[in-house]
Ligand binder design. Structure first.
Ligand code: KIV
Ligand code: ZN
Length: 531
């Protein structure tokens, strides 16, 4: 049995090292309703670098000017990990990926094409010969620009292994440095995946000279199990996303893969270079910025992942933690919520505390943060690291051009329907007021915002939570709205939950509007065939 309290980043031999390829900003961002702007993507990328991932797949540059710019900004600013851009096999895609990542110290292009007949016949409407030609051309083109080229045969697990092997052989001949095997639709099973990879090694002996990677989706809840099977079969790179977000049911969850390898490393002799104490914070940041809440019982980062409810378990843990805990919560960065500041703390103390948490704030940004901090500190006795983190994420985001809340008033009573009045600044300039009644005070505010903004937005999701424990905790609200079929997610943080909800709602409206504008601008761009 391995020791569960070992240090978070142990020394490993190169042979035992599994690379973490994070696709939160690419596959993760393809989750319905998620639309991160450049600033938010940069913030997540900096945190991923702090976490110690090996590769950041920063986006799919051909898909929109916004995605291109975000990948380019990450390539220019984020140091440490390899910065990778995704491309189909077309010349324009590979060029866009190269132009987006070329300023990184460690650039990479990831190109892909399907090898399953289902995709070749129905989606690509082409032939196997053509697929081979496209794979060869794309890898060769990418290799003219840079050394580090990853190739993926998409939908590999539903493809004929012999044909997939032929395409991989071609990619290797052209110089691909990583071969990634995707279970695109989350269909495979661990023992089947092991056999598939084993057969590929037999058919393509040169595969042993490059990095084999796996990319598993979670449609049957097997993404982590299949990725682990891949590692045991020889893969030394796992593609995964924070909180397991991604297309449909998502990707393999980064934190689960990392802690699986860390917790059982004595038995499997493999590990990653991730600093596990940053996992909880990374999860919170991604959840906040994407609006995708983490389920309470989610392994590793769920709020109950280390909570013990039954008396027998509590008794055991009080006597000896290892009776019912295989990991220590502090190794994933939970329970490190020590008091940071109080209402008498000044600007310097705030700046120092934020710096310690990895946020560099000066000038106007520091003034804004300080003003918001003072408001909170007046109402809350203790402002903790978790509160600061939520505030900074909430307050210092680059506002997407759109709507902004100016003020609201709500009358709530058990004797008549609640009534709200709001004032909202509008994207086209100026501001407008709206008033409405609703089923509850928050519903009234949302309807009043719709009236002020003159939109028919429908509320699809609403979640409310507390940043920390205790009666004076900050409230945190996430909403997803839909306007004319375009969805948008937004979050808000405040000591007042109506204020938090109103902030979240106007942000969600702005995101939906920005997405509608971007999709109108994208008309004429080559069709992005979603991986
Ligand atoms: O799921 C998939 O096949 C992908 C590829 C682009 C690797 O995301
Ligand atoms: Zn995928």
């Amino acid at each position: 049995m391995s020791n569960s309290d070992s240090p978070p980043v142990p020394e490993r031999t190169e042979q035992a090292r599994v690379r973490i390829f994070d696709t939160t900003l690419r596959d993760g961002e393809q989750s319905p309703g998620i639309s991160l702007n450049r600033q938010e993507k940069l913030e997540i990328a900096h945190q991923l670098a702090r976490l110690g991932v090996d590769i950041i797949e920063a986006g799919f540059p051909i898909t929109s000017p916004g995605d291109f710019e975000a990948v380019q900004a990450i390539a220019r600013e984020v140091e440490g990990p390899v910065i990778c851009g995704l491309a189909r096999t077309s010349k324009q895609d590979v060029d866009a990926a190269w132009n987006a990542v070329r300023d990184s110290e460690r650039p990479c292009i990831h190109t892909f094409i399907s090898t399953s007949d289902i995709h070749i016949v129905h989606q690509l409407q082409t032939t196997r010969e053509d697929v081979k030609g496209q794979a060869r051309a794309a890898v060769a083109q990418a290799k003219q620009y840079l050394e580090d080229v990853e190739f993926s045969p998409m939908d590999a697990t539903r493809a004929e292994v012999e044909f997939t092997a032929e395409v991989i052989q071609i990619a290797l001949e052209e110089g691909a440095t990583t071969i990634n095997i995707p279970d695109t639709v989350g269909y495979t099973m661990p023992q089947e995946f092991t056999a598939f990879l084993g057969r590929l090694y037999e058919l393509v002996p040169d595969l042993r000279d490059v990095v084999l990677s796996v990319h598993c989706h979670d449609d049957l809840g097997l993404a982590v199990a299949n990725s682990f099977a891949g590692v045991l079969a020889g893969a030394r790179q796992v593609e995964c996303a924070v909180n397991g977000i991604g297309e449909r049911a998502g990707n393999a969850s980064l934190e689960e893969i990392v802690m699986l390898l860390r917790t059982r490393r004595a038995d499997i002799d493999m590990d990653t270079g991730v600093n596990s104490t940053e996992l909880a914070r990374t999860s919170r940041l991604v959840s906040r910025l994407t609006g995708y809440q983490v389920q309470p019982n989610k392994a590793i980062v769920g709020r109950n992942a280390f909570a013990h409810e039954s008396g027998i378990h509590q008794d055991g843990v009080l006597k000896e933690r290892s009776t019912y805990e295989i990991m220590d919560a502090t190794t994933v960065g939970l329970k490190s919520n020590s008091l940071v500041l109080g209402k008498h703390s000044g600007r310097h103390a705030l700046r120092d505390a934020l710096e310690e948490m990895g946020f560099q704030l000066d000038g106007q940004a520091l003034n804004t943060a300080f003003k918001r901090f003072k408001e909170i500190a007046d109402r809350k006795k203790q402002v903790t690291a978790m509160d600061l983190e939520a505030l900074v994420t909430d307050e210092l985001r680059e506002e997407i051009p759109g709507y902004a809340l100016e003020w609201f008033e709500v009358e709530a009573s058990s004797r008549r329907p609640p009534h709200a009045r709001v004032s909202v600044t509008l994207p086209e300039g100026g501001s407008a007021e709206g008033s409405f009644t609703g089923d509850g005070p928050i519903d009234a505010v949302f309807r009043a915002i719709n009236a002020a903004a003159s939109v028919e937005a429908q509320l699809d999701e609403f979640t409310i939570g507390a940043v920390t424990e205790g009666q004076d905790a900050l409230g945190e609200v996430s909403v997803v709205v839909e306007i004319d079929g375009m969805s948008g997610a937004g979050q808000g943080v405040s000591t007042d939950i109506i204020d938090a909800a109103a902030r979240a709602y106007v942000r969600a409206l702005s995101v939906a509007r920005a997405r509608a504008v971007a999709s109108a601008d994208a008309v004429g761009l080559p069709e992005p065939a979603g991986p």
